[in-house]
Design a protein around this ligand. Structure first.
Ligand code: SF4
Ligand code: FES
Length: 336
């Protein structure tokens, strides 16, 4: 089995493993080594052919392999480059690579609005985290940014194309989890956009997973929009018997009210098992679910700061729902 060293940490991995997967294996083996894991905005383990679009996962290969130790001449996308025996990789230890990744983030932010204060994804947005770690204070872009009006994709999903970074994850979901391909990215270059034909897949039972895989706030849950900042909610693992999906979800609660239902995400922010639209959008009553306990959010984001324990959970479940003026305001914001 090939051995690879990333930022000085060595691991032996099965043949065919990518550098990104090897780095994640190191991070799973020892949390203290997680710095070796490159960020990934478009790769998604459970979506075939994902990766290779965003370039945030670039790394420097300073030694190709034991057989051919020459370094690779340019940064490579770690999600698309396989490990070779004896390979040496730099993720955080090469200043030129960090500079290149900062450039990638600057490109991603050219059109992305800095509307985190009003965006539902704030607190669980991978681009927000990435900008914090690799972003520059100011943009050098002087041209007019492209903007789009938000589009309702059916009853439950809203597309804010202005925030989209064209990672293609939602396209892969629509392609691989829903029936019939009637969507995609139209045009090319800086006029590329997610086609509104994507609205044709909304009838499908698994289309809501597009919301979970979107790394930014481009696809939002219309049943949750503006209901609460996510860090004010109390996430609980819960399950129900569902004949369409695994029925294992996270309930994002405020008091006894279920504000949002999502799939369960792992430490890399990827959904463990995709859930159906019935569980996601139609089961907002606590009685529909068997609550297992507080969800451990394993991320450096602000949402991991809510340390709920079981006693506190009981207290929260008996807290009255938000007061009437707050609900009225939420309704007003939803209608905007
Ligand atoms: S809408 Fe979201 S998931 Fe789809 S391509 Fe844009 S950023 Fe990616
Ligand atoms: S995660 Fe590798 S190119 Fe996007």
């Amino acid at each position: 089995m090939p051995k690879v060293t990333i930022d000085g940490v060595m691991i032996e991995v099965p043949e065919g493993t990518t550098i990104l997967q090897a780095a994640r294996m190191i991070g799973e083996r020892n949390k203290a080594d997680r710095h070796v894991v490159p960020p990934a905005m478009c790769y998604y383990t459970k979506l075939k052919t994902s990766g290779g679009y965003c370039r945030t996962c670039i790394v420097k290969v300073s030694k190709g392999s034991d057989k051919d130790p020459r370094p690779m001449p340019k940064p490579v996308a770690s999600c698309r480059t396989n490990v070779m025996d004896g390979m040496e990789v730099q993720n955080t230890t090469d200043p030129a690579l960090i500079d290149a990744r900062n450039g990638v983030v600057e490109f991603l932010l050219i059109n992305h609005p800095l509307d985190c204060p009003i965006c539902d994804q704030a607190g669980e947005c991978h681009l927000q985290d990435l900008s914090y770690e690799n972003g520059k204070e100011a943009s050098r872009y002087e041209f007019e940014r492209r903007t789009f009006d938000p589009i309702d994709i059916g009853e439950t999903i809203k597309l804010h194309m202005t925030r989209c970074i064209l990672c293609y994850r939602c396209v892969k979901v629509a392609d691989q989890l829903t029936d019939g391909r009637s969507h995609g990215v139209i045009n090319r270059g800086d006029v590329s956009e997610i086609s509104t034909y994507i609205s044709n897949v909304i009838e499908n039972d698994f289309s809501g997973n597009m919301i979970d895989v979107c790394p930014v706030g481009a696809l939002t849950d219309r049943t949750f929009r503006f209901a609460s900042r996510v860090w004010f909610t109390n996430p609980q693992d819960a399950h129900r018997n569902c004949d369409k999906c695994c029925g294992k979800v996270v309930l994002w609660m405020k008091g006894a009210e279920v504000l949002r239902v999502t799939g369960r995400k792992d430490q890399w922010g990827e959904v463990e098992e995709f859930i159906c639209n019935t569980c996601r959008f139609e089961k907002k009553d606590l009685a529909d679910w068997k609550v297992e306990g507080p969800r451990q959010i394993d991320r450096h984001s602000v949402i991991s700061q809510g340390h709920y324990n079981l006693e506190r959970k009981q207290a929260l479940l008996t807290t009255p729902a938000p007061n009437v003026p707050e609900l009225a305001r939420n309704k007003e914001l939803k209608e905007r």
